[in-house]
Design a protein. Structure first.
Length: 136
């Protein structure tokens, strides 16, 4: 998954913010994650996103930084060794190198451009438009 799936560019969403967003998508569950990978606009159908769109002035979003460290934390709880997780990761990497990831499309767009939102993510645009207008 690339920043393209979040409809973002590095100008508008930091690398850390996008990593948190990806972890949050994982936290929504496999079905939601796979649906968003196939069709990013399908995120508009998820109950958590609908709740976020309905929140008035509250700072809610899908990002979940802590989820990025869940495997490491669980491994440490199991072994009692905080470094054991990274040792196991390295051992696995050297035994079977990962398949190279395809390069993401460099399809950046200006998040301020409502026509692009309408073309790329029409359901998310409609879901959040009322909230954005109310905040202006």
């Amino acid at each position: 998954m690339s920043a393209r799936h979040a409809g973002s560019s590095s100008t508008f969403l930091s690398d850390d913010g996008f990593s948190d967003f990806q972890a949050g998508l994982v936290g929504l569950g496999r079905r939601a994650f796979e649906s968003v990978v196939r069709d990013p606009d399908s995120l508009a159908d998820h109950p958590a996103v609908r709740q976020i769109s309905a929140s008035e002035g509250r700072d809610l979003w899908i990002g979940d930084e802590a989820l990025q460290f869940a495997a490491e934390t669980a491994y440490e709880q199991l072994t009692g060794n905080s470094e054991a997780f990274w040792d196991a990761v390295e051992a696995t990497r050297s035994a079977t190198p990962p398949e190279p990831s395809p390069e993401p499309d460099d399809d950046r767009w200006d998040l301020r451009d409502e026509d692009e939102w309408r073309r790329r993510l029409p359901r998310l645009l409609e879901l959040f438009r009322a909230r954005r207008l109310a905040m202006e």
